[in-house]
Write a protein that binds this ligand. Structure first.
Ligand SMILES: [Zn+2]
Length: 400
């Protein structure tokens, strides 16, 4: 049976020294610790040894629109295969396919297509080489005009339960997260309704004052979408959405850690406030991630990418970040220890969505953000600075 060995293993809970994982048919058959000092090395074909690295669960990105020249809203096998293979090579094992605000019929078509592909991963990933979409994040259409960012204003809608239900049905039970601006009329009722249907609510793209934000939290919202970006700025007399997001200890909060969306000092401040249990790193990546500078599409509009910035109509339009870079940036900006930093792209997003015990559906034992016996051996090997040394998918090394 092939083995994977390393200096350490972070299993989602604790660090183990000198781990040895046995792999059978791409799944983890056992997790043991070999006696310190005894170095098995790579002794048989298929063995992998990372003598200076920490093994950790593959990353889980709950906010990503695309990569490698494709957008998830294309909802084709080709798009998900290309995106998934690129992400797998960068250490991401699973993600929520994230929509942007678009004409309602286009969004419904995309959701329907994505739901079919999530149900039938063999249609785009017959040989198990791709990161898997394990749900959908609806970023829009119920967002604020004042803080829409690049979300097209003509397709933004006021919260409406019937429209939500259409989106929910089209997503075939795979809508897991929805970004909502709490100050919109009907937003609080929508937050309660979505939560009741099993869709987690994240507050964002919002000009909300503190009272509206607190009401959304009381109605069930559990997270905040790309904290600081497309969000009413902090004011010390009217804390607004940002003040409530930073001060509410139980609330999860996403952040795009590319050094462009949020300055390093503010990343550090966010970390000190949200801490290792509630901070979540996302990419908000779009089609240009992993591609050269040029013009790309996000949803149904054009985005220009140059020098690591994706821009449309003069504002940031998603990112070209990958989670492995986000981890390195985060450690560099905050000095956080590796095992705490790893939580932000593994167990925290899974816990926010209620996935901490695995997904009890057709994805079987796929438990994003954790290492479990019986689950696919989707792992990363990283150094102490968070640099990705290797990405392992279904027990095999992915060549970068
Ligand atoms: Zn986004």
């Amino acid at each position: 049976m092939p083995t994977i060995t390393a200096a350490r293993l972070w299993n989602g809970k604790e660090l183990l020294d000198n781990p040895i994982l046995q792999i059978e048919d791409g799944r983890i058959a056992s997790i043991l610790s070999r006696a310190a000092g005894k170095a098995p090395g790579a002794t048989s074909p298929g063995d992998l040894d990372f003598p200076a690295a920490t093994l950790a669960p593959a990353f889980f990105d709950v906010h990503i629109h695309g990569a490698a020249g494709h957008d998830v809203m294309e909802a084709t096998p080709e798009a998900l295969r290309t995106i998934g293979r690129f992400l797998a090579a960068r250490g991401t094992g699973s993600f929520l396919a994230t929509t942007v605000t678009a004409p309602l019929d286009m969004t419904l078509r995309a959701l329907d297509g994505l739901a079919r592909l999530i149900d039938h991963p063999e249609a785009f990933d017959a040989d198990n080489r791709a990161a898997r979409p394990i749900g959908i994040h609806l970023e829009g259409p119920f967002l604020s005009h004042a803080k829409r960012g690049v979300q097209p204003k003509e397709y933004l809608l006021e919260p409406d339960l019937a429209t939500f239900d259409k989106l929910f049905e089209a997503a075939g039970g795979h809508a897991r997260l929805m970004t909502v601006a709490p100050e919109l009329p009907g937003a609080i009722e929508l937050a309660a309704h979505a939560t009741q249907r099993g869709v987690r609510v994240s507050v964002g793209h919002s000009d909300a004052k503190a009272a509206d934000t607190r009401a959304a939290l009381a109605a069930g919202a559990v997270s905040a979408t790309h904290t600081f970006n497309a969000m009413r700025a902090l004011d010390h007399r009217e804390p607004g959405i940002l003040g409530v997001v930073l001060a509410t200890r139980t609330l999860y909060a996403e952040l795009v850690c590319d050094g462009i969306h949020v300055a390093p000092e503010i990343v550090d401040l966010w970390w000190r406030l949200k801490g290792p249990e509630r901070a979540i790193l996302i990419t908000d990546a779009m089609a240009a991630a992993g591609m050269p500078d040029g013009e790309y599409t996000l949803g149904n509009f054009a985005v220009q990418v140059a020098n690591g910035r994706a821009m449309a109509r003069g504002v940031l339009a998603g990112s070209v970040l990958t989670l492995d870079r986000a981890l390195q940036n985060f450690i560099a900006f905050t000095g956080a220890p590796l095992d705490e930093a790893l939580r932000l792209l593994t167990v925290n997003p899974a816990a926010m969505l209620g996935f901490s015990t695995g997904i009890p559906d057709q994805t079987g034992l796929l438990a994003p953000g954790s290492i479990k016996i019986g689950a696919p051996a989707n792992l990363v090997a990283v150094d102490a600075q968070g640099k990705l040394l290797a990405s392992i998918h279904e027990g095999e090394l992915i060549q970068q």
